[in-house]
Ligand binder design. Structure first.
Ligand SMILES: C[S@@+](CC[C@H](N)C(=O)[O-])C[C@H]1O[C@@H](n2cnc3c(N)ncnc32)[C@H](O)[C@@H]1O
Length: 511
């Protein structure tokens, strides 16, 4: 009953899913220069030279607002046909993200509007996610006749607590972090007081409400997770033992990172107890990936389906990073923030030139310089009023003043010294010797004229993000479909993508 309406999203057979996967691979293969690249190498590898010159010429004069809409499928009529085709094909191959009508799909479950006690500490994004996901999980649990839920990668237990207190499910919250476990437990005890009082006031009375059981464990395989099912923690929490004395379980995880989401799917297949799974993944960059030519039997996070494995397509870390890019986030970014992002990418790419020329050994370890971009942005935002030149100190080299260009040469914008500052801070973070003879100004001047190509390049590359994420999700869908007809599975955009862009759930049950 749930499944019929969800056909709108993906009710494809394994054959149709594989066809979609092949279409994606056919489309992305010629553009491997985009998805295999890393923007930090923009200058060192002269990345723009791989892109059709006509595309670059056309986009270098486009406004930043247009560029940031490209990942959402936006095209201008006057753009070259091949460019329009690239953007619209990318858009059409990506899984649709608009939030599903949950009330229509799950009519029997009221989507609880959460009270202020249980939502304490949740930000707007978390509240939205928990409200929607808890309703879905509770509906699927009812469908497969279980009251026992395992929340894997439970974090601070927000989902577990709502499932327990609002939907009266017995929940075990598993997380690798003991700190999270303690917070979850303490928070649950506080919330329990509120629900106990409510119960006392009602005519129900009783012994008081249960709280989620917290388990600290770094789950690294389905075997490990299955071992936990046998533990008394889970069995004692089981409200609905089946006739053969197993405890039917629904396995869920909200943004269970990297391989953890895949472990959930494997456990669903391997364990007799697990009757359903509702999984929302994230952090594809953390997925382990089977490398070409390596042992087929090693269990990796990607690819997991026979179908994708048979294509021999290796994504690599850069593409999995790219799969985390959200078109909705790009679309909603304010103009200043977009300009600033492009500018930071230019600094970071020029810093890579510094590293390659003066500290070549550091490049073997793919150095990351962390959040310094954000620090710089904060400094810049604090003195944003200086844009267009009020001379008030070090931070006057701010956002470009002309609205649509990142690197207009406003006279008083001293990007050379800002670049030196950026680089010295990066060197400090990498514990590099602060040599005095580095020609920062020379390096910046050498590449400055190409910096304006970063916006067009990044926007085109980001258009492939949703397609790559779709490929990773379809691999998971296909993996379950390949098991045969006893499994019903579909993908559903559960959250509003503007609030929570990683919004696609994989929902499966045994029938
Ligand atoms: C992105 S957070 C999501 C937390 C929570 N589900 C939420 O949405 O609020 C991922 C959580 O998974 C946990 N985690 C990551 N790898 C894990 C593993 N292998 N086993 C158990 N927990 C893990 C982390 O400690 C973290 O709390």
């Amino acid at each position: 009953m749930i499944m019929e309406d969800s056909c709108k999203y993906s009710c494809a057979t394994a054959t149709e899913t594989l066809e979609w996967i092949r279409d994606i691979i056919h489309f992305i293969k010629p553009y491997s220069f985009f998805w295999q690249s890393h923007v930090v190498n923009f200058f060192t590898d002269r990345l723009w030279e791989a892109v059709d010159e006509e595309w670059i010429e056309c986009l270098r004069t486009e406004s930043v607002e247009c560029l940031t809409l490209i990942p959402s499928g936006f095209v201008h009529g006057h753009w070259p046909a091949s460019l329009k085709n690239f953007i619209s094909t990318a858009s059409s191959l990506a899984f649709p993200r608009e939030q599903a009508d949950l009330k229509k799909l799950f009519p029997d479950i009221p989507v609880a509007s959460l009270n202020n006690v249980i939502t304490q500490g949740m930000n707007q994004k978390k509240r939205h996610e928990i409200e929607a996901l808890a309703a879905v999980v509770s509906s699927v649990a009812k469908d497969v006749k279980t009251n026992t839920v395992i929340d894997l990668g439970a974090g601070q237990g927000y989902l577990s607590q709502v499932l327990c207190f609002e939907y009266q499910l017995s929940v075990v919250a598993i997380d690798a972090s003991s700190h999270h476990g303690k917070i979850t437990h303490a928070r649950a005890e506080r919330i329990k007081k509120h629900y106990d009082a409510k119960m006392r006031k009602s005519s129900l009375g009783g012994k008081g409400v249960m709280i989620p059981k917290t388990v600290t464990s770094r789950v690294l395989s389905s075997d490990m997770l299955k071992t936990l099912f046998d533990s008394k923690d889970i069995n004692a929490n089981c409200l609905s033992h089946s006739s053969n004395d197993t405890c039917p379980i629904l396995l869920t995880g909200l943004h269970a990172c990297g391989d953890l989401s895949v472990t959930m799917l494997r456990t669903f297949l391997e364990s007799e107890e697990v009757q359903a799974v509702v999984s929302i993944g994230c952090c594809y960059n953390l997925l382990s990936e089977e490398e070409k030519g390596k042992d087929d039997d090693v269990l990796c996070g990607y690819p997991i389906s026979k179908g994708v494995k048979s294509t021999g397509l290796y994504l690599g870390r850069n593409s999995r990073d790219l799969a985390c890019q959200s078109a909705d986030r790009w679309k909603d970014m304010e103009k200043d923030a977009s300009l600033h992002n492009f500018e930071l990418h230019a600094f970071r790419a020029a810093f890579q030139v510094v590293l390659s020329r003066y500290f070549p050994k550091t490049l073997t370890g793919s150095p990351t310089i962390g959040r310094q971009g954000k620090t710089l942005r904060r400094q810049q935002q604090n003195s944003k009023i200086n844009c267009c030149g009020a001379e008030t100190g070090l931070d006057t080299h701010e956002f470009p003043c002309k609205p649509n260009s990142i690197f207009e040469k406003a006279e008083n914008v001293d990007r050379c010294s800002l670049f030196e500052k950026f680089s010295r801070s990066g060197m400090h973070r990498l514990n590099l010797n602060q040599m005095q003879n580095i020609d920062f100004a020379g390096i910046w001047k050498e590449f400055e004229s190409f910096a304006e190509l970063i916006g067009p390049y990044w926007s085109l590359r980001a258009a492939l993000g949703p397609v790559l994420e779709t490929l990773i999700l379809l691999d998971r869908l296909l993996f379950l479909q390949e098991q045969g007809n006893h499994i019903e599975v579909f993908m559903l955009p559960i959250f509003n993508p503007k609030i929570s862009p990683r919004n696609v759930g994989i929902i499966a049950k045994k029938i």
